[in-house]
Design a protein around this ligand. Structure first.
Ligand code: SAH
Ligand code: SF4
Length: 436
């Protein structure tokens, strides 16, 4: 039997998915159903059900009555149970199986094609892709999933790095408080006039990023957010580092849509090594709060940190899936002059691309930027990221005179609209219709 016919003959498995009202309830339900002996899997919410980029619980359709009963007896808040068909793309991906893949690697990729959940070891196998065939198969598969779940448009967002003051001392970062650098803060007026320039381009999402700078009090941020919403009606992403739960709540209430807070690494030991002032459990709790408060939540990892292993990256990817993180920024480590990590080698381009591709395969309907760090590491880095699963580019719209002072790492690339649109075209993709 031809490979294609054999796969078609396998048929499609019937499943049900459970959607919960928040990550908190999802994790409760996962634990509860597991301990009641129901075999479950965490999966990206299938398109057409619930909101995009969230996580759902999948189980065999035959267990549906039992699951309903169990949920009724619990305090778990759930939105619904839906019937889904597990996809089988093995026939559609026929060209990948001609690539002479190692048997173990091919088996994992076939599980992806069948929408099966991968174990950590299987994720590691994908991250260890090495031969030309394996790399091609991995990148092609990620590109196919991206096309299937999100189409060909690359979302463009604009970052304004409005302050390089920081009270933290992260060992890898060029803005850490011990750095002897010229510091700046943009006034509300300067920020608003920069947003006006972004608005002129047609870009619809503004990312306000800074070091951890308490000078911008809750009230100051609220004031800026309100003004942007009133004047331009843009979607707003904040990336201010850690704030209190109350502040996240207030920012959400005044109209902030997204919040970016990278976990950097889920390896506790590594996290501690990197962050003299932060704790892993606290960072994790903050990400959970953001999800619960209804933010489109962004996180991400740095690839190529000293002592980091591929197993750590696999755990990071599982973390994003479990927490239903909507935006996952994965960029290489780049040494920053004057920091304790200045002599460490930069992260590997290929490993960064593999991490992006595997994240796309595991988390599927999420936003994955082709990062500034990738563009700073390699020529055509942006295009490469878009080809292996990326679907977002962040323009740097910080005023020219300040940009060079926001050097979180050495030789940071400045991505403007022209650079971004060229990369989109080179990757054979589409610029969004909102760009003027
Ligand atoms: N202060 C905020 C936002 C600014 S830093 C915060 O920490 O969340 C934004 C991101 O830059 C960090 O999350 C980190 O992932 C990245 N970054 C900082 N230094 C880096 C380096 N040397 N190499 C690669 N990424 C780096
Ligand atoms: Fe500050 Fe963010 Fe850099 Fe840490 S990563 S030193 S919090 S700017």
């Amino acid at each position: 039997m031809a490979l294609r016919d054999k796969f078609i003959a396998t048929g499609i498995e019937e499943n049900s998915v459970l959607l919960c009202s928040s990550t908190h309830h999802l994790l409760e339900a996962k634990h509860y159903l597991n301990s009641s002996g129901i075999k479950i899997e965490l999966v990206p919410t299938p398109s057409g059900i619930g909101s995009a980029c969230t996580t759902a619980i999948r189980f065999a359709r035959s267990k549906e009555e039992l699951v309903r009963q169990l949920l009724q007896e619990s305090s778990i808040e759930w939105l619904g149970i839906y019937h889904v068909k597990r996809q089988d793309r093995r026939a559609d991906w026929a060209e990948l199986w001609d690539l002479k893949l190692n048997a173990k690697f091919e088996k994992v990729l076939q599980k992806v094609a069948q929408d099966q959940v991968l174990t950590k070891e299987e994720i590691v196998t994908l991250l260890q892709a090495q031969t030309d065939g394996e790399l091609k198969a991995l990148f092609e598969a990620a590109n196919k999933i991206r096309a299937e779940v999100l189409g060909s448009i690359v979302d463009l967002r604009a970052a304004i790095e409005f302050s390089n003051y920081c009270i933290k001392n992260c060992n890898y970062c060029g803005l850490r408080c011990e750095q002897q650098i010229k510091r700046y803060r943009m006034s509300k007026k300067e920020i608003i006039s920069t947003v006006a320039q972004v608005d002129q381009l047609g870009v619809e999402t503004i990312i306000l990023q800074s070091g951890e700078d308490p000078w911008y009090t809750t009230d100051k941020i609220i004031d800026i957010v309100r003004e942007i919403k009133r004047k331009f009606g843009m979607k707003i992403t904040l990336s201010l580092g850690e704030r209190s739960k109350q502040e996240y709540k207030i920012f959400k209430e005044v109209g902030v849509d997204n919040y970016l807070l990278k976990i950097e690494s889920t390896n506790r030991k590594l996290f501690k090594q990197l962050h003299p002032d932060d704790q892993f459990e606290v960072r994790r709790k903050h990400i959970k709060w953001l999800k619960e408060l209804g933010y489109i939540t962004g996180s991400g990892s740095i690839v190529g940190l000293p002592d980091q292993k591929v197993e750590d990256l696999a755990s990071d990817i599982l973390f994003y899936k479990e927490y239903g993180v909507h935006m996952i920024g994965i960029g290489p480590f780049l040494p920053a002059q004057g920091t304790p990590y200045q002599e460490y080698p930069e992260g590997d381009l290929l490993l960064s691309l593999k991490a992006i591709a595997v994240t796309r395969l595991v988390c599927q309907n999420v936003y994955i930027p082709s990062t500034t760090a990738l563009a700073s590491l390699a020529k055509e880095g942006l295009t490469k990221g878009l080809k292996v699963g990326g679907n977002v580019i962040m323009l740097i719209m910080t005023p020219r005179v300040l940009r060079e002072k926001y050097q979180i790492y050495r030789d940071k690339n400045m991505i403007n609209l022209e650079v971004a649109t060229n990369s989109v075209k080179e990757a054979g993709r589409k610029v969004p219709g909102y760009i003027k």
